[in-house]
Design a protein around this ligand. Structure first.
Ligand code: GLY
Ligand code: MN
Ligand code: MN
Length: 464
């Protein structure tokens, strides 16, 4: 399969956007560059909406997508060709490349933005622009508007309606097309391979960052330029810190290692978590906790179907996990009652009947499972797209991709639970495509059962 740059993909998306727009001009800025220190910038990554519609990766650019005004429907403003700048900072497409490679109907340099954008806005009723992310950009938009308003006596009217294009673009991004899935599937394959390599390489005494290097080595070797988020490589009790990022502890024989790492391919990211034993063999207590999480995950994955809502996989995972918590003696009581108690507390907090700052929260599954079971996945790890329409959770539709990532977190200092479980943190996360039929687990290649993980690690250790 050819996964090289393909201008036709971006053209299809612009056409789809134009179809959904009312006549008007949509403005999309490239992601800004951020200084790290001195003249060194943080690694640059294009804004996902901008890339989705243009395929263009240079900073500073601006795109206009126009419906039924004038002769152009796609205009790009791009850094101008500059021999010296290109020697120092990299190649530029320039306006010529913007037309030839990226399919713009017209292209200009960044220096021409201030004069040309107001021209494109003359006699346009609707302007589509997302405000509020960057004050500097918001001010520029106001400037362009005021420039057109100043042309009134020359007979030009300025836009009077402001729309946020995110509503349309994010709805488009939520429903993955064949084009999206080509890249997302590959990101998931590469990430699965990386996790398997991490399992094979792990040994007691290694540092968390060494395992990270083994995993990310596979990501890079398989053609991924960057990760979708900072890798979490958490040995032992570190797994109970949900967003652990130090990744600098030495791994202990007998501990588990939780790895949450996902890499990008073609600007789409995977998001996988696997938890495996540092020495290759789960203890009985570790396997017990692991298998409850796995049972919850498989049940939740099975709920990723049309006819279900975004919330159903979470509710099912909570049911299984709570049953597990009671079976293991982490909680006492009837699982259904425990879940109902938590629901009542949430309702009371929402209605301000209870205040978490003053009132004591009930002891429920939330003590050991404190996050949600998933999120949309795509170009951004916590991808765009709404979760609710009014009060109703969104129905799952073919083409939606979500993560399914239940966990159990039993911190080392929990002296109120059986000792054998203390310090165990487990999360299992896969990326699931909703289809007309069964859920398509895009990350199925990452080894997952206790038996398969132990077999993979034993085989690697025997070879070493
Ligand atoms: N890796 C971030 C998450 O799982 O949501
Ligand atoms: Mn996730
Ligand atoms: Mn994750």
């Amino acid at each position: 399969m050819n996964l090289d740059f393909d201008a036709a993909i971006f053209k299809r998306r612009r056409e789809a956007l134009i179809k959904r727009m009312l006549p008007g001009v949509a403005i999309f800025p490239a992601a800004p560059e951020y200084l790290r220190n001195g003249d060194v910038h943080h690694d640059y990554r294009q804004h996902s909406d901008f890339y989705y519609l243009t395929g263009f990766e240079e900073a500073g650019a601006l795109a206009l997508i126009i419906k039924e005004h004038g002769e152009h429907s796609f205009v790009l403003f791009v850094p101008k060709r500059d021999k010296m700048m290109e020697i120092w900072n990299g190649r530029r497409a320039g306006p010529e490349g913007a037309i030839k490679k990226f399919g713009a109907d017209a292209a200009f340099t960044l220096e021409e933005i201030e004069s040309k954008v107001p021209e494109y806005l003359r006699n346009v009723q609707r302007m589509y622009v997302h405000l509020g992310d960057e004050t500097h950009f918001d001010e520029r938009v106001t400037g362009w508007l005021n420039r057109v308003r100043a042309m009134k006596r020359q007979g030009f009217n300025a836009p009077t309606e402001l729309h946020d294009p995110s509503e349309i673009v994010h709805e488009m991004r939520l429903h993955k097309s064949k084009d999206d899935l080509r890249y997302l599937r590959r990101a998931c394959e590469i990430t699965s391979e990386g996790h398997n390599a991490g399992m094979r390489a792990t040994r007691p005494g290694m540092f968390e960052y060494e395992v990270q290097a083994e995993i990310e080595h596979v990501f890079r070797k398989q053609g991924s330029r960057r990760n979708g988020y900072g890798s979490i490589v958490a040995g032992g009790d570190n797994a109970n810190i949900l967003h652990y990022h130090e990744n600098n502890m030495q791994l202990n024989d007998g501990d588990l290692l939780l790895v949450d790492a996902g890499t990008e391919f073609g600007m789409y990211t995977a998001d996988i978590t696997r938890t495996w034993p540092v020495n290759g063999k789960f203890s009985e207590a570790q396997a017990e906790v692991y298998n409850w999480v796995l049972k919850a995950q498989l049940a939740a994955i099975d709920a990723c179907r049309p006819g279900k809502t975004f919330r159903d996989p979470h509710n099912i995972a909570v049911e299984v996990l709570t049953e597990g918590m009671v079976a293991m003696g982490l909680l006492t009581g009837n699982p259904a009652d425990i879940i109902a108690t938590q629901a009542q507390w949430d309702e009371d907090v929402k209605n301000k009947v209870k205040n978490p700052a003053n009132d004591e929260a009930p002891r429920t599954y939330r003590e050991f499972y404190m996050h949600n079971t998933g999120h949309w996945l795509g170009m951004d790890v916590h991808d765009v797209g709404r979760y609710k329409d009014g009060d109703a959770w969104l129905p799952l539709k073919p083409g939606c991709v979500l993560t399914v990532e239940p966990g159990l977190y039993i911190a080392k200092d929990r002296d109120d639970v059986p000792e054998k479980y203390r310090g165990i943190g487990v999360r299992i996360e896969d990326d699931v495509l909703v289809t007309e039929g069964d859920p398509d687990v895009l990350t199925r290649d990452a080894v997952k059962t206790v038996e398969d993980i132990e077999a993979l690690m034993a085989e690697a250790m025997a070879k070493a």
